[in-house]
Design a protein around this ligand. Structure first.
Ligand code: PA5
Length: 474
């Protein structure tokens, strides 16, 4: 396994390369020097006083040991007869785990025959789509299924509804006592409804460290436990994150990829109207990282109010893309559309596999040129061609390269983006750690379903004006 650092290349944001309105001059970047020092000092003191606990996740050995022994005890009790794990959670309680498993297991992990997979299949029950949930019931044997319910609050309607359904499904087939042995709740150490339920049931639990918010919890038991159950080396993952922590301590913007990425995105957004941030991995394994990143950026920086209470409507819109697929879907817009996007390409130097393209159809020039090359070469050429095309169109882009996709490099990437996001919060002067906009939606839904204490929300919904039929086309 290569344990080198990922590289961050921002050449193609600099005005020497990017001719047109979205190029940034070196002077513009350097003008942030004082601000960077100021934010860096704030982050150091917040961290020292325990205000940013997600920063410490790579070092929390107790929780790491706890989740490992928990899994060992489940396996022992089940006599290793575990075919499936259902991870129930949503948003920050699922996206990190989904991204880690997609990045660090076989691309068709759940479909591998048991002879090639020593760990259980992992399914994520994220949504509350009745067809999907029933679909899971159709393929699961409750006797061989483990449930990992993840909810910091235990109040979120989606995971709790799915939990109720899975409890019924399991209890009907295996009985209450066995069900209890087959559930692990990842939740707050003391507070919240899930903690109360877990205590009442007497089931195994894992703690989400105090003060670690959903979208910053990928490197806590929230993301680590599903990853561990899928056989991912979580020690190395955290080693990678710890390495990035060292790098991100550097006050020099030119040596700190998290700070530089925040400055570039912020500057392009606020000074040049670049209001979209695209993350486009040239790798299927990294494709779910874009979904995790979308939440991290959107919920952290998308804020109406500044930290001083002024209305600011902050935030760039994060966009998910994947190369080479989106070359045939999005690149037309990215190249020739408005100057409102910065595109980050995630590159992989060494894939796990190397596929030679067979030299067939020699008489068909449209295909024969591929013969003798590798699929890896084609992927790389397409990525380079996209970068070049973006530069020629004056569209700023960044390339982040992973020497290979492994727990170490993925740990680095997760940590880098988390630090970048909190740092960017200070550039925008918004609280990157709260999510009042999410809470409002949750509360309306509680009201509509008659939850106690939310009657005023129901009233608001009930009093919402009737739909005007003139504006409905049937
Ligand atoms: O990042 C966040 O805070 C949210 O996305 C939450 O993770 C999400 O709403 C789920 O909340 P909970 O873990 O309390 O069920």
């Amino acid at each position: 396994m290569i344990k080198k650092t990922i590289t961050y290349d921002f050449n193609n944001t600099i005005s020497d390369q990017i001719k047109g309105p979205s190029g940034i001059s070196l002077e513009e970047i350097e003008s942030y020097g004082k601000k960077v020092t100021e934010i860096n000092n704030t982050l150091i003191s917040k961290r020292e006083t325990g205000g940013l606990p997600f920063y410490e996740l790579p070092y929390r050995k107790d929780e790491l040991d706890d989740l490992k022994t928990t899994w060992d005890s489940v396996k022992e009790e089940m006599k290793d007869n575990i075919e499936n794990v259902i991870v129930i959670g949503i948003g920050g309680s699922s996206l990190g785990g989904v991204a880690l498993i997609k990045a660090l297991t076989h691309p068709f992990y759940n479909l591998l025959p048991e002879s090639l997979r020593s760990t259980p299949r992992i399914f994520f029950a994220e949504n509350i789509d009745p067809d999907e949930i029933k679909g899971l019931f159709d393929i699961l044997d409750p006797e061989k299924t483990i449930i990992n319910i993840i909810s910091k609050s235990g109040n979120t309607a989606e995971p709790m509804a799915n939990f109720l359904l899975f409890q019924k499904f399991m209890v009907e087939k295996i009985g209450e006592e066995n069900f209890k042995k087959q559930v692990i709740a990842t939740t707050d150490a003391e507070k919240g409804t899930m903690r109360q339920i877990a205590d009442e049931l007497g089931i195994r639990t894992l703690k989400i460290p105090e003060g670690v918010g959903g979208r910053f919890s990928a490197l806590s038991p929230v993301g680590l436990f599903p990853a561990y159950m899928a056989g991912i080396d979580i020690d190395v993952l955290l080693e990678g994150a710890a390495l990035m922590d060292k790098v991100c301590k550097n006050e020099d913007l030119f040596k700190n990829p998290a700070y530089m990425n925040a400055v570039i995105h912020y500057h392009l957004h606020v000074r040049k109207g670049v209001n979209m941030a695209v993350l486009m991995p040239y790798s299927m394994a990294l494709s779910e990282i874009s979904v995790w990143y979308r939440q991290l950026l959107a919920e952290s920086l998308g804020k109406k109010y500044s930290m001083n209470g002024e209305i600011v409507y902050a935030g760039q819109t994060p966009v998910k893309a994947v190369g080479a697929i989106d070359q045939h879907s999005q690149i037309q817009l990215y190249r020739e559309g408005p100057d409102d996007k910065i595109i980050t390409i995630l590159s992989v130097e060494n894939f796990r596999n190397f596929l030679n393209l067979p030299a067939l159809y020699s008489s068909f020039e449209g295909v024969s040129y591929l013969g003798g090359h590798t699929l890896n070469e084609l992927f790389d050429a397409e990525k380079k061609a996209t970068i070049l095309a973006l530069v020629k169109s004056g569209k700023p882009n960044i390339e982040i390269t992973l020497p290979e996709i492994n727990p170490h490099t993925v740990g680095q990437l997760f940590y880098m983006y988390e630090v970048q996001t909190v740092f960017a919060g200070y550039l925008y002067n918004v609280n990157s750690l709260d999510q009042p906009g999410v809470e409002a939606g949750k509360n309306y839904a509680y009201g509509m379903l008659g939850r106690e204490g939310y009657a005023d929300m129901k009233e608001e919904v009930d009093n919402f004006p009737e739909r005007d039929t003139r504006f409905i086309i049937e």
